[in-house]
Design a binder for this molecule. Structure first.
Ligand SMILES: Nc1ccn([C@@H]2O[C@H](COP(=O)(O)OP(=O)(O)OP(=O)(O)O)[C@@H](O)[C@H]2O)c(=O)n1
Ligand SMILES: C[C@](O)(CO)[C@H](O)COP(=O)(O)O
Length: 258
């Protein structure tokens, strides 16, 4: 990885590139408090390789993605640069590393600010979703290319959901106030895909703390559309998720014969 500024992308349809160069921003600056004590979550091992490297490879697996911007833990950019240098990544993809912020939203904004001109489609992908299949990534990009300003991969819910009155104190029972119609609800994943100008405007306009980028676009009054998500795009949040991720990876390695 060089520290030289990147030139704008040169679209080359003959090489499989699209006419709308696409970049992926990977927020990886979280601590991973819910996963428990240890290194920042994105740097923890999954199948012997940092989770972040899996997420970077998942983005770079799409032939449409020509730049990946990794948003590192605030004081971890040198370590992340070394990790990218130490792991095999596709030559056709460029990489940038920038330090992140206090919240996911701030980290994504810092990644967006670092994007060179010329990338018209931007994916935002959690480092904490290391196993998203390339078909899901490509489906998101395709929907943005087809004209949607914002696209999210989404899955139906397996559980019934209750709206509650928050407990007054930890451990107190929470009265249920409603049971939303589950058939109208979706659990959304990443990568979320955007027309770049829309995402930049959303981050400049919306100041509320939100948990995903698409909801900022919703606040602009624009329509966000879904594409089918994938069970293996789950987020590694709690310790059991890491057990599942190891199992999915082991099954993939068995199926791939290595
Ligand atoms: N200040 C932050 C907080 C989160 N993230 C990133 O946003 C993604 C989704 O966040 P989450 O799974 O909640 O990660 P953490 O914030 O690390 O988890 P926790 O809330 O358990 O601490 C992760 O890839 C995480 O690294 C980030 O870049 N900057
Ligand atoms: C962006 C996201 O992964 C979509 O499901 C999710 O909102 C991130 O939430 P977190 O609380 O920051 O993990």
């Amino acid at each position: 990885m060089s520290d030289d500024p990147l030139p704008p992308p040169s679209p080359n349809p003959a090489s499989g590139r699209t006419t709308a160069p696409t970049a992926a921003v990977i927020p990886a600056a979280g601590r991973g408090v819910r996963l428990g004590p240890g290194a920042p979550k994105a740097l923890r091992a999954l199948g012997g390789t940092p989770m972040l490297i899996h997420a970077v490879r998942a983005m770079a697996a799409s032939r449409a993605v020509s730049l990946v911007v990794v948003v590192a833990p605030p004081d971890g950019a040198p370590e992340v640069k070394s990790l990218l240098d130490a792991h095999a990544l596709p030559d056709r993809t460029d990489f940038l590393v920038v330090p992140g912020g206090e919240s996911r939203q701030e980290s994504v904004k810092l990644g967006l600010d670092a994007l060179p001109p010329g990338y018209d489609i931007v994916l935002v992908h959690d480092a904490a979703r290391p196993l998203v299949p390339v078909d899901t990534v490509d489906a998101v990009i395709e929907a943005v290319r087809d004209g949607a300003p914002a696209v999210v991969p989404a899955l139906p819910l397996a559980d019934t959901v209750k709206q509650v009155e928050p407990a007054g104190a930890p451990g107190e029972p929470e009265p249920v106030v409603a049971t939303p119609d589950r058939s109208l609800l979706r659990a959304v994943q990443t990568p979320q895909g955007f027309d770049r100008a829309t995402l930049v405007r959303a981050h400049e306009t919306v100041k509320d703390d939100v948990t995903d980028d698409a909801s900022m676009v919703e606040q602009l009054g624009l329509t966000v559309v879904t594409v089918p998500g994938h069970e293996e795009a789950f987020k590694v949040t709690r310790p059991l998720d890491l057990v599942l991720a190891e199992a999915v990876l082991a099954r993939r390695r068995l199926n791939d014969g290595f």
